[in-house]
Design a protein around this ligand. Structure first.
Ligand SMILES: [Zn+2]
Length: 152
């Protein structure tokens, strides 16, 4: 039985929701895509900015492009307080539960966007207590705090 279902999200568009209780460390869904060389992704305008949302780096030589309809895991929304993490395993990528997840909870992970001047382009609506208001990876959120009050 699948551990997830597609449902209208409180965060954005459709999301994935836990269809049963999920224990921490469980592999929930494969993040499917096409393996491409890092050379290819570096030269393809599709990945031309730092916001290659569906692109995962696998290793020095390969990336995984998950920008396909068949990749259900791409529906998972970003959260500033995520309950999942996405980890590479060889040339495959899996979404894992990073905490115990209750049936009915929306699945989320940290999209890991690096911080740059365009951070305002990607507002975050995750609604968690520690939401920074923008989609920026955890280690860089202090930069948002610093910049938020500054006028453009
Ligand atoms: Zn947020």
């Amino acid at each position: 039985m699948k551990l997830y279902k597609i449902q209208k999200s409180k965060i954005d568009n459709n999301g994935l929701y836990a269809s049963k209780d999920i224990k921490k460390g469980t592999k929930i869904i494969e993040y499917k895509g096409k393996v491409i060389s890092t050379k290819q992704s570096a030269n393809d305008p599709k990945f031309d900015n730092s916001k290659a949302i569906y692109l995962f780096n696998l290793n020095k030589r390969y990336d995984l492009d998950g920008d396909f309809k068949f990749n259900i895991a791409r529906l998972i929304n970003h959260s500033c307080d995520p309950n999942c993490e996405v980890l590479g395993e060889g040339l495959k990528v899996w979404v894992y539960a990073m905490k115990n997840i209750n049936k009915g909870d929306e699945l989320s992970y940290d999209y890991g966007f690096s911080f740059d001047e365009d951070f305002r382009q990607f507002p975050c609506k995750c609604g968690s207590k520690n939401c920074i208001g923008y989609i920026v990876r955890e280690g860089s959120r202090w930069r948002v705090k610093k910049n938020k009050n500054k006028k453009k």
